[in-house]
Ligand binder design. Structure first.
Ligand SMILES: NC(=O)c1ccc[n+]([C@@H]2O[C@H](COP(=O)([O-])OP(=O)(O)OC[C@H]3O[C@@H](n4cnc5c(N)ncnc54)[C@H](OP(=O)(O)O)[C@@H]3O)[C@@H](O)[C@H]2O)c1
Length: 340
């Protein structure tokens, strides 16, 4: 897979393997089998999806990635993107030594001396220490423990505050998809102007954007926390009927391009200005052949116009990036905010 330059000198695959699906507790019904998860990581890397996204709070995943790395011929060809997510109950009394401790723990779990990207998340802006935490990450970068510092889920005013304060992140990981276009309210433009690469999650809406849900009745019970999260996004998008219209259109586009709905949906987002990569969650290798096609799919002007006509009728989600997840009880209640 042809790589893209995320920030000067740092190249990644434009499709990233998402690791949340491998964490303990992600599935509400099934557990992950360690040996196959490790061999799946190797298969993705050999196929060209060389960038892995995971997090300090994805239970068990950093250790799993570390084990996979030790069995890969050239581990330096793998791009490791973790996160730093301080516990919510600690934010008022935040001590920046936490950043150092958590990054050291990530390196230890991964068995590496430097991680390529640490993406910083902060649960509550009312607790003001996020700039101190970010500054500490930049110090760790200076010390060589982190190659690049990124952020995830911060809104535009906070990103502007970081840049003005001299802490410009290399990347912003955001929920950005055909269903959720909140980043288009200023965030995308600012990232482009400032050379901050956008890494998108949610591009297949936890699997909702797939043949499995085409013409299916609206579900009321869910297998994964991801499904719970994205069903709320579908509700905000305009509900199940409008979502079905979109799925039907994406299905016909997928037939034209000889691929599947999820691939078209991810390709739609990858082609957006400012987007450097899409992060697609993987429980196993079943979607890998289609995931590899994502950068190859170019939608025609008429396909794009048909999609736009449906999106024009959608009602949301609206508001700043991640505000619903931060402040709206429906969205917020599925988050685990003290996992570290
Ligand atoms: N920064 C954050 O706050 C944040 C939040 C969420 C996620 N993330 C990151 O982003 C990654 C992906 O996001 P997500 O977890 O929300 O999930 P997602 O990528 O929207 O959905 C992943 C699921 O979709 C299905 N899928 C993948 N490709 C498909 C295809 N071509 N056709 C049909 N189904 C397909 C698979 O489910 P089945 O195996 O069941 O088919 C897969 O487990 C995560 O793993 C994580 O690394 C970050």
């Amino acid at each position: 897979m042809k790589q893209v330059e995320l920030t000067p000198g740092y190249w990644i695959s434009p499709v990233i393997k998402g690791g949340w699906q491998l964490s303990t507790g992600h599935s509400l019904t099934k557990s992950i089998e360690e040996d196959s998860a490790i061999s799946d990581i190797q298969t993705f890397v050999s196929a060209g999806i060389s960038t892995l996204d995971f997090g300090d709070i994805y239970t068990g995943v950093e250790v799993l990635v570390g084990k996979a790395l030790r069995q890969i011929n050239d581990p330096s060809a793998v791009h490791l993107h973790t996160k730093y997510v301080p516990n919510e109950n600690f934010l008022e009394n935040y001590d920046r030594s936490d950043a150092r401790d958590i990054v050291a723990r990530s390196l230890d779990r991964l068995g590496v001396s430097r991680v390529d990207l640490v993406q910083f998340h902060w649960w509550r802006y009312e607790a003001h220490h996020y700039l101190a935490a970010l500054e500490e990450l930049f110090i760790l970068k200076e010390e060589g423990l982190i190659r690049e510092v990124g952020i995830t889920n911060f809104d535009l005013p906070r990103l502007q505050e970081m840049v003005v304060s001299g802490f410009k992140p290399a990347s912003a990981q955001l929920q950005y998809s055909i269903l959720d276009r909140r980043p288009e309210e200023g965030m995308v433009e600012y990232c482009i102007e400032n050379g901050i690469g956008i890494l998108c999650y949610g591009t297949v809406a936890g699997g909702f954007l797939s043949e499995r849900y085409l013409n299916a009745p609206e579900p009321s019970s869910f297998e994964t926390r991801s499904n719970v999260k994205y069903k709320l996004i579908i509700d905000d998008f305009g509900g199940w009927a409008l979502f079905q219209e979109l799925l039907t259109l994406l299905d016909s586009i997928a037939h034209t391009h000889q691929t599947d709905i999820g691939t078209v949906a991810s390709a739609y987002t990858l082609a957006k200005p400012g987007v450097k990569a899409v992060i697609v969650g993987a429980r196993n290798v079943s979607h890998l052949p289609n995931n590899l096609l994502i950068p190859e799919i170019a939608l025609s002007p008429s396909e794009s116009a048909s999609i736009a006509a449906i999106l024009d009728r959608s009602t949301g989600p609206t508001g700043p990036v991640y505000d619903l997840e931060r402040y709206n009880e429906r969205h917020r209640s599925i988050m685990h905010t003290n996992n570290n």
